[in-house]
Design a protein around this ligand. Structure first.
Ligand code: ATP
Ligand code: MG
Length: 590
């Protein structure tokens, strides 16, 4: 079975557990059949009309029947123990392997796959494979072996009755072919997708509650969540309806042995002298056929469970089937911090059109360049090539003449600091948050970075100062405050190349002023690429690159670009107007 060998690959160190569980459950299935044979022998002895029943033989059969039944149960429990041990290891390994792969993905992967989604796919599907291995594996051998052994036994006792039993068996098996197979796998996939969608929408809904309340959009925002529930309901309903008839006919057929066996036996008895042996055989068939029916039912549920496990593994592998960041075997050192983009083009995975095309520019060491331009132009995409969020499809990004792909990832991270808009602070003490920038920084260095990043008043306000745990006991920081802490972290890191994306967006004038001062400290003497939304922040930079539709459309210093009267000059005029409008509005309010 493919799924078993697939799962074995995930637990190379514990393959023995799987083999042991399969062996024990197979033996337990064999033992499970024997009590029926001994009971039949016992009944035959009791009903023997020629000689009086031997008491010794009857009690031997009774003991053997009980012994084999008990042995079967014991072995089954042992198989369950082994399969549970294997399942815990499997679940652990699946999670660990997925995480090991994910940490080597390009950072950009996390833009498209929020952490909640990643966690859910790994957790849920690792859980499904655990359930399959722990609970279904011991039944697997039985679900294959029992019907086979029973089938042989059917023919051993009376081939005519055995042949008759084939009618419900073949019919029932044909019906199961309809229920599983390609169509069944498709339905299972759809079922799991709609379940995943519904869960994702529920999370989105809860996350969006503040926005919903502000805009009083309760009904509309609920719509997506509601739609996903309805889709799930319709999916399950249509699934149940399509299965209703086939399942009903299957259950009826597989339990229909008696309807065929009894009339056939009456017929056979009518045509034979030795009616007692036919009667005895009939008793055996009546004993064994419910076991047979149960086995086939188990087999059907087993198929469903196998389908689910296959799908679970497929989903995890699909999530983790991302090209890992290439790591060079021959890392080059960075000795100078000039940044050069050479004919860089890039298309996001899954997109048809290029996000950026033929980008060329060089930032000399120690200079500050700014990217400006309309939304969606490609500024963030460009900036993210430097810390290797993505690698360019064609062209090259280099630091000090060394392609970023030829630098060891740790070395690259040591040389580049980046502060993006969605700053992440961890739910740990402030000092630990800052030390992510530099694990060995002294408390003095931390305090200096905090002062430079204009964070002193934030620290003074916190109940335990630097040891306050962010996010606990109501100690939450505003967006602007988080930005400044992130800048302090970057200052502490003191990397020679700094990449900033929208660091001052969405902050009030007071915060912007503080952030600007922090930025000045952070970028002093560094090679800087900054993305600016407020053009007043780029007036003094060494060069401005105007990015539109994935290309550099203008480049130069502020004054030069104004003289050109092109895109930048237009943007500057708009910016001035917006400032006047803001001032005007404030005057009106006064
Ligand atoms: N993770 C992503 N996956 C797929 N496409 C993306 C992704 N990020 C950006 N894009 C697309 O690439 C193009 C450039 O986006 P980018 O974020 O670089 O623009 P931007 O200039 O930074 O815009 P803004 O000023 O709004 O931040 C856009 O068309 C965008 O839709
Ligand atoms: Mg952007």
């Amino acid at each position: 079975m493919q799924i078993i060998s697939k799962l074995r690959e995930y637990i190379p160190e514990k393959k023995g557990l799987l083999t042991g569980a399969l062996f024990l459950s197979a033996t337990s299935s064999l033992l499970g059949i024997l009590p029926f044979v001994f009971i039949w022998l016992l009944v035959r002895e009791l009903l023997n009309t020629q000689t009086p029943p031997s008491q010794a033989l009857v009690s031997t059969y009774a003991w053997w029947a009980s012994g084999t039944a008990l042995g079967g149960v014991l072995l089954y429990f042992l198989a369950l123990t082994l399969s549970h041990l294997a399942a815990f290891r499997l679940e652990n390994n699946i999670r660990r392997q997925a995480m090991q792969k994910i940490v080597h993905f390009p950072l950009g992967f996390f833009d498209n796959n929020p952490s909640g989604r990643i966690r859910k796919i790994i957790d849920d599907n690792a859980g499904i494979t655990h359930m399959f291995l722990a609970h279904q594996l011991p039944d697997l051998a039985g679900s294959i072996l029992m019907p086979l052994i029973s089938l042989v036994l059917l023919f051993v006792f009376d081939w005519r009755l055995g042949l008759a039993c084939l009618i419900p068996i073949v019919t029932a098996l044909t019906i199961t072919r309809f229920m599983i197979g390609e169509q069944g796998r498709r339905i299972m996939r759809e079922y799991m997708t709609s379940l995943e969608d519904m869960n994702a929408e529920a999370v989105e809904y809860v996350r969006g509650i503040p926005v919903v309340k502000v805009f009083q959009q309760t009904v509309f925002s609920f719509k997506n969540f509601y739609d996903s529930i309805i889709r799930y309901r319709d999916m399950v309903h249509s699934f149940a309806v399509t299965r209703e008839k086939s399942l009903a006919s299957y259950v009826t057929t597989i339990h229909a042995f008696a309807y065929i066996l009894i009339p056939l036996s009456i017929l056979l008895i009518g045509n034979s002298e030795d009616y007692s042996s036919i009667l005895l055989d009939l008793i055996f068939y009546i004993l064994i056929t419910p076991v047979f029916a149960q086995c086939i039912m188990k087999n059907m549920y087993m198929n469903q469970a196998v389908g689910q496990a296959v799908e679970a593994i497929r989903r995890i592998e699909e999530l983790t089937d991302v090209k890992q960041l290439d790591v060079t075997d021959d890392p080059q050192p960075i000795t100078n911090h000039e940044i050069a983009f050479k004919e860089v083009s890039f298309t996001y995975p899954g997109n048809n059109s290029k996000a950026v095309e033929d980008i060329k520019f060089t930032i000399p060491q120690g200079k500050t360049y700014a990217l400006v331009g309309p939304s969606g132009g490609g500024k963030t995409t460009i900036a993210r090539f430097i810390p290797r969020f993505w690698d360019a499809d064609t062209g090259q990004v280099s630091i000090g003449g060394v392609d970023v792909r030829d630098v060891a990832p740790k070395e690259l991270m040591r040389h580049v600091s980046f502060v993006f808009q969605n700053t992440k602070l961890f739910k740990t003490s402030l000092i630990d948050n800052l030390r992510y920038g530099n694990a060995h920084a002294s408390e003095e260095a931390v305090n200096r970075a905090l002062d430079w990043a204009q964070c002193r008043e934030i620290i003074d306000r916190l109940p335990n100062g630097l040891n306050t745990v962010i996010g606990s006991e109501g100690t939450y920081l505003s967006g602007g405050e988080q930005q400044r802490i992130a800048l302090a972290r970057a200052i502490l890191k003191d990397a020679p190349v700094v990449v900033l994306d929208e660091a001052t967006a969405f902050s009030d004038p007071e915060n912007e002023h503080l952030i600007q001062r922090a930025l000045n400290k952070l970028t002093q003497g560094k090679t800087v690429l900054t993305i600016a939304h407020r053009l007043n922040n780029v007036v003094d930079v060494d060069s401005i690159l105007v990015i539109d539709k994935g290309a550099v459309v203008e480049q130069g210093k502020h004054e030069e670009l104004l003289r050109k009267e092109g895109t930048y000059a237009g943007m500057w005029n708009e910016f001035q107007k917006s400032l006047q409008w803001t001032v005007g509005k404030e005057v009106c309010n006064d």
